[in-house]
Design a protein around this ligand. Structure first.
Ligand SMILES: [Zn+2]
Length: 202
C-alpha cells in the first residue's frame, strides 16, 4: 500500500479508499440498497412505535448490521427518526394499554381474596368524593356561609335537598316552605309517599 502510494504520489488512505474500497464496498451498497428499500417501503421511514419499522428490522431485511443502516440513514439524509419517538405520556399510555387486561384480572383476584379491605377502600373513596368542597354557599334559613360539598350537591340534584347549613335549618326550611306554599300540601297528602314529597320540593 505504502509503495503504491509513494509511486502514485498520494496518501496511503487514498489508496485504501480506491483499492480496498472496491474490494469490500459494504458502505456504498448498503446505502444504495437502503435508498431503494425506503422507496418501496415508505413505512420504514417511521419508527416501529409509529407503525413503521425498527432499524434492526430494516437491517435484517437488507442483510447488514443495524449500525450500518444507521450510518447509511444519515448519509442519505433521511428523516431524523428521533422525532418519531414517543413522548413520556404516550409511552405511559401504551404501557397502560398493554398491561390493563392483566392488571384488571389481578385486581379482581385481589378483591375476591380481600373483601373487607376492598370494601374499606371503596367506602373511603366514596367518603372522599362526598366530602369534596365544591363552593361556598349561604344557608337559606340562617344566612350563614358554609362549605357546600359534592355529597350535598348530589342530594340537591337527586332529591332536591335545600341549601341549608344543618339538619336544624333543613327542618326549619321544610316547615317554612309548607306554610308559605300551601298548594304543595295537598299533592303530598293525596299521594302520601315520600318520593312525591321530594318531587314536590324540587
Ligand atoms: Zn343555617
Amino acid at each position: 500500500m505504502q509503495h503504491i502510494a509513494n509511486v502514485a504520489g498520494c496518501s496511503r488512505q487514498y489508496v485504501h479508499q480506491v483499492v480496498g474500497g472496491t474490494r469490500r464496498k459494504p458502505g456504498p451498497s448498503a446505502t444504495s440498497r437502503l435508498r431503494e428499500f425506503v422507496k418501496t417501503h415508505p413505512k420504514a421511514l417511521t419508527t416501529k412505535a409509529r407503525g413503521g419499522m425498527s432499524l434492526r428490522e430494516i437491517a435484517a431485511k437488507l442483510g447488514v448490521r443495524p449500525d450500518v443502516v444507521g450510518r447509511a440513514w444519515r448519509s442519505l439524509n433521511l428523516p431524523d427518526r428521533r422525532e418519531y419517538t414517543l413522548s413520556p405520556s404516550e409511552r405511559a399510555h401504551r404501557s397502560y394499554e398493554r398491561n390493563k387486561e392483566r392488571r384488571r384480572i389481578a385486581m379482581y383476584a385481589w378483591r375476591a381474596q380481600n373483601p373487607d379491605k376492598e370494601r374499606a377502600i371503596r367506602l373511603r373513596a366514596v367518603q372522599r368524593l362526598r366530602s369534596k368542597v365544591l363552593r361556598r354557599e349561604r344557608c337559606v334559613v340562617c344566612r350563614r356561609a358554609f362549605a357546600w360539598t359534592q355529597g350535598q350537591e348530589a342530594r340537591r340534584k337527586g332529591r332536591g335537598q335545600r341549601i341549608v347549613c344543618s339538619v336544624r335549618c333543613g327542618i326549619l326550611a321544610g316547615i317554612r316552605s309548607r306554610s308559605t306554599n300551601p298548594t304543595r300540601i295537598p299533592s303530598v297528602r293525596v299521594a302520601g309517599q315520600r318520593s312525591d314529597t321530594r318531587t314536590a320540593r324540587k
